[in-house]
Every structure is written in structure tokens, then in C-alpha cells.
Design a protein around this ligand. Structure first.
Ligand SMILES: NC(=O)c1ccc[n+]([C@@H]2O[C@H](COP(=O)([O-])OP(=O)(O)OC[C@H]3O[C@@H](n4cnc5c(N)ncnc54)[C@H](OP(=O)(O)O)[C@@H]3O)[C@@H](O)[C@H]2O)c1
Length: 267
């Protein structure tokens, strides 16, 4: 009997947060998975995802390095095919621009921007072979200046613009490009960014990662270009970003992201 070949999805940062929720949904859709994360917990996440009776390969690698990206690309090539690529791994760094060591800003750019370009360059031709789907997890922060996480928003603006350009360029290849713009979401993201003392440190008003992931995966399935991830207030904020001045958006973001008198743990 012929072996049934399942579609395979790569999810970077699939070990936690929004990426893990996306991985769950794609497993429920019957995709075998390759998930990545920078820490050993990617193995635990893979174990959990295997309960969906799909094959799951876990890759522990630092995507802010060329070697880390190569490990992921090699794994995809060995797996043979890829039908869905979700580029989701990303970080922010909270605090005043000048208080943060330059190396940390550059590491953010390596992860959020350079790894996106490297992975797309290496994997898009494989995705074209399967007429597959690409999901870029950007941010609502792509549409506003982001004072006190000053490099993060611009890195996501790159991702959004890059995705729109690729979509147009690749429209006759049979693949789709979808860009997810989550609003503030209740994962470990802001804790990792050292933003516990800001309004983003309060989890009570942030979006459920399962909701954001579902909106992203539904858009991916439908081949929609761009979607905002989050509740009604988040959708409203996305609409407002189209009409407010850059100065006003910067002022509003500073209220949310400014560390309190205790400062941050980013120095
Ligand atoms: N949460 C929000 O409020 C929010 C809002 C808008 C957009 N987003 C975007 O959504 C995406 C996912 O964020 P999240 O909230 O799910 O964050 P999260 O819970 O912190 O998860 C981040 C994921 O990325 C991985 N990762 C972090 N640094 C990495 C590195 N150097 N190399 C490889 N993998 C790395 C993590 O693996 P380890 O844990 O093993 O390091 C984890 O799997 C990000 O691109 C973020 O910019 C988040």
C-alpha cells in the first residue's frame, strides 16, 4: 500500500507562546511538524505536540546566528518537503534606547530581520515546489513607532513590508504569503524583554495567544494578505494606527512601554 504523505509545517519559535499555539492548530489539521526554539524546552513542546499523532521534529538553535539558521534549513531539507513555513521566532527589548548595549539591539535585528531573510532565501524555492503557504508573524508594532522598545517596532515594519513585497513577487508561483500582526498577547514575550514594570507587564488586558494563533492560521488557510491578531480593542487599535499621526502613536506607545521608577533589568 502507498504510504500517505502528510503535509509538513515549519514553525520557528514553535516551542512557546503564539508559535506553540500555531503548531497545535497545524497539527490538528494533520501537518507533520518541525518546531524550533532557542532553549531545551523545544523538546518538551515536541512531546506535547506528538499527542496529536503527527511526526514532530524539534530543533534547538539560536536563529540570531548563521549557524542556527543553517541547522533549521538542513533539517527542513532532510525532511524532504515543506508545505507551510511560519516565521514566528522574535524578541523585543524594553528600556531606553541608550541604556541598552548596542550588541543587544543588533542581536534583535539578527533574529527579527536577518533570520527572516535567510530562512526565506533558503526555503522559498522548496515552498514553491509544494505550492505552499508562508506566514510571517509580524506585530501591530509594525504600524507605530515603539519608544522604549525602539528597535523592535522598526524590525517588525521590515517584516511586514518584506512580506507584502514577496507576496506580489511570488503571486504567479502558487504560494501564498500572509502577515499576522498580533496586538499585545499574554505570553512570556514582554517578561523576556524585561518589560515587567511597564503596562505590558500586566497580563490582564492582553490577548489570548490561542485566539491570535487561530486568527493567523485561518488567514493562512484562506491565503489572506494581512490580518490583525487579537480582540475587538486590538482590531480598533489597528484601524486607528492608519489614521493617527506618527507623533500621537509614539506618545501612546510610550505610555505603555515606559519603565516605572524602578527602571528595567536591561541595563
Ligand atoms: N506577545 C506579544 O505581545 C506579541 C505581540 C506582537 C507580536 N508578537 C510576535 O509574535 C512572535 C512570537 O512571540 P510570543 O509572544 O509567542 O513570544 P514567546 O512566548 O517569548 O516565544 C518566543 C519563541 O521564539 C523563540 N526564540 C526566542 N529567541 C530565539 C532565538 N534567538 N532563536 C531561536 N528561537 C528563539 C522562543 O524559544 P525559547 O523560549 O526556547 O527561547 C519561543 O519559541 C514574535 O515574533 C513576536 O515579535 C508578540
Amino acid at each position: 500500500m502507498d504510504e500517505i504523505v502528510k503535509p509538513r509545517a515549519l514553525i520557528t519559535g514553535g516551542s512557546a507562546g503564539i508559535g506553540f499555539e500555531i503548531a497545535k492548530l497545524l497539527a490538528e489539521d494533520g501537518h507533520d511538524l518541525i518546531i524550533t526554539g532557542s532553549s531545551a524546552r523545544v523538546q518538551d513542546a515536541a512531546e506535547t505536540l506528538r499527542t496529536h499523532e503527527v511526526d514532530v521534529i524539534a530543533v534547538q538553535s539560536d536563529l540570531s546566528t548563521e549557524e542556527g539558521v543553517r541547522d533549521v534549513v538542513d533539517t527542513v531539507r532532510k525532511a524532504g518537503r515543506v508545505d507551510v513555513v511560519v516565521l514566528n521566532a522574535g524578541i523585543a527589548i524594553g528600556g531606553a534606547f541608550l541604556d541598552i548595549a548596542l550588541e543587544r539591539h543588533l542581536q534583535l535585528l539578527e533574529l527579527n530581520i536577518t533570520s527572516t531573510v535567510r530562512l526565506c532565501h533558503a526555503l522559498l524555492s522548496k515552498l514553491i515546489e509544494t505550492r505552499g503557504k508562508l506566514l510571517l508573524v509580524s506585530s501591530l508594532s509594525a504600524t507605530t513607532p515603539t519608544p522604549f522598545e525602539s528597535v523592535y517596532g522598526p524590525s517588525k515594519a521590515f517584516m511586514t513590508s518584506f512580506g507584502h513585497g514577496l507576496r506580489e513577487e511570488l503571486k504567479d508561483t502558487g504560494i501564498t504569503v500572509t502577515i499576522l500582526h498580533p496586538g499585545a498577547t499574554a505570553t512570556n514575550f514582554h517578561g523576556r524583554a524585561g518589560m515587567g514594570s511597564t503596562r505590558f507587564g500586566d497580563y490582564s488586558w492582553k490577548n489570548d495567544p490561542a485566539l491570535v494563533a487561530r486568527q493567523g492560521v485561518e488567514a493562512l488557510r484562506a491565503g489572506v494578505t494581512s490580518v490583525i491578531g487579537g480582540d475587538a480593542a486590538t482590531q480598533e487599535a489597528g484601524a486607528e494606527h492608519k489614521i493617527l499621526s506618527e507623533e500621537e502613536k509614539a506618545r501612546r506607545h510610550a505610555v505603555l512601554a515606559r519603565p516605572d521608577q524602578k527602571g528595567t533589568d536591561n541595563a
